[in-house]
Structures are given as C-alpha cells and as structure tokens.
Design a protein around this ligand. Structure first.
Ligand SMILES: C[S@@+](CC[C@H](N)C(=O)[O-])C[C@H]1O[C@@H](n2cnc3c(N)ncnc32)[C@H](O)[C@@H]1O
Length: 207
C-alpha cells in the first residue's frame, strides 16, 4: 500500500477540483460546527485537505490552524487563503505525531472525513485530547463503514495494492462513539448530514 502522504499528494489536484457532492448537507454540517465556535475560539483542524472547510469556518473563530499530512494539499489550501484574502487561517503540513503545537493549546480540534483513514484512531484521539484546553471540543465527521460496504471491503485491498485507495479502517457508529469516550470525552452532540449517510457528526467535550 502506498504511504498516506504520497497517496494524498498524488490525489490533491483532483481532490481540489471535485465538487462537493451534497451542498445542503455540507452547509448543514458547517452550521452545526459554527454553533460550537466563538470569536474567541483558537481552533485546530487536522486532515484539512485543500482548506475549503477551514476557510468557510474562518469567520466563526479567532483563528484556525489547519494541518494536513500532504504538502500538496497544504500548498493548494495556502493558495486559496491568499486569493480569498483570509488572514486568520494558517495552513501547515503536520500530523498528530509530528507537529509544533503545545499541550492544551486549542479550544477546539476539528477533523472532517479523516478518522477512518487513520490506523491508530485510539492514539490519535488521545493526542487530540492532549492538545485541547480543559473543556475543549473535538468536532468530527467521519464515515462509519463497519456495518455495510461488503463489496468495497472486498475490492479495497486490490485498489490499495495498485495505489488507488488509501488505508481505510472499518468501524460501526457505536465503536466510534466508544473510542471517543474512551479517550476522555463526553459526547454532547451527534448527527448525520444528510440523515441517510453513514458519516457520523460528533461534538465531544474534553472531560
Ligand atoms: C478525505 S480527505 C478530507 C479532507 C477535508 N477534511 C475534507 O473534508 O474535505 C482526507 C485528508 O486527510 C489527510 N490525511 C490522511 N491521513 C492523515 C493523517 N494521518 N494525518 C493528517 N492528515 C491526514 C489527507 O492528506 C487528506 O487531505
């Protein structure tokens, strides 16, 4: 399987051009995220991709540090920030294992369409917990592919062998919720946007 950074670097340009599949659901998600941010929130986004979401949320927070494992994704995001004139979003290449952040730096850590791409989700959630101030929020939307996707599961190893798919972890909604709680969070909001989707939206507070 191709290493994650290499896979996403290769994918970045195509990813940037792909239209958002369900704009109403995307806007509904953004609205729920904004409801948990304030003009004082110092936020971190992990796995920010080409930066669309961080730039859209910029007006709802004091600043957003938006990070990604892929230098190509970050380069595209930086170009968008410059052309949109957004000054309170910084993009940088970083992961939860290799970053310049300090413990308890952020009031919110956000991860959209990311957790299912990480092998050690439990470790990642512990690191997120450490980066949050007391009472800080973890806001996530991620695909829970554990109960269905039988054909995809069969095809995935073949696609991965040819460098056509990244690492994907399969888990059910209850397992995801359990992992978040076990890392020291209390779930304060969950949802689906759109309702029929398997992408679980979670807002969790650091205990
Ligand atoms: C499916 S894209 C989602 C991008 C963006 N959050 C969105 O919702 O459109 C996944 C992103 O996570 C990044 N990524 C994958 N594994 C990562 C890791 N371990 N740490 C940080 N970023 C990672 C990829 O480079 C990619 O930009």
């Amino acid at each position: 399987m191709v290493e994650a950074a290499a896979f996403w670097d290769k994918t970045a340009e195509k990813y940037a051009k792909a239209p958002i599949k369900d704009m109403a659901a995307y806007e509904a998600t953004l609205a729920r995220v904004r409801a948990h941010l304030t003009p004082e929130t110092e936020a971190l986004e992990i796995g920010c991709g080409t930066g669309t979401t961080a730039l859209k949320l910029a007006g709802a927070a004091k600043y957003i540090t938006a990070s990604d494992i892929s230098a190509e994704m970050i380069a595209i995001a930086q170009g968008k920030a410059a052309s949109e004139g957004v000054l309170n979003v910084d993009f940088l290449k970083a992961t939860l294992d290799d970053h310049p952040f300090t413990e308890e730096q952020f009031g919110a850590v956000m991860a959209f369409n990311l957790l299912h791409l990480i092998e050690d989700i439990e470790g990642a959630l512990r690191r997120v917990h450490g980066l949050l101030k007391p009472g800080g929020l973890f806001i996530s939307k991620t695909a829970c592919l554990g109960d269905r996707m039988v054909l995809f599961r069969l095809l995935l190893p073949v696609m991965q062998a040819f460098g056509r798919a990244p690492y994907v972890r399969f888990f059910k909604t209850a397992e995801l919720d359990g992992m978040i709680e076990a890392a020291g969070f209390e779930l304060i909001e969950t949802g689906y946007y759109p309702e029929k989707a398997r992408a679980r939206f979670v807002v969790a507070r650091k205990r």
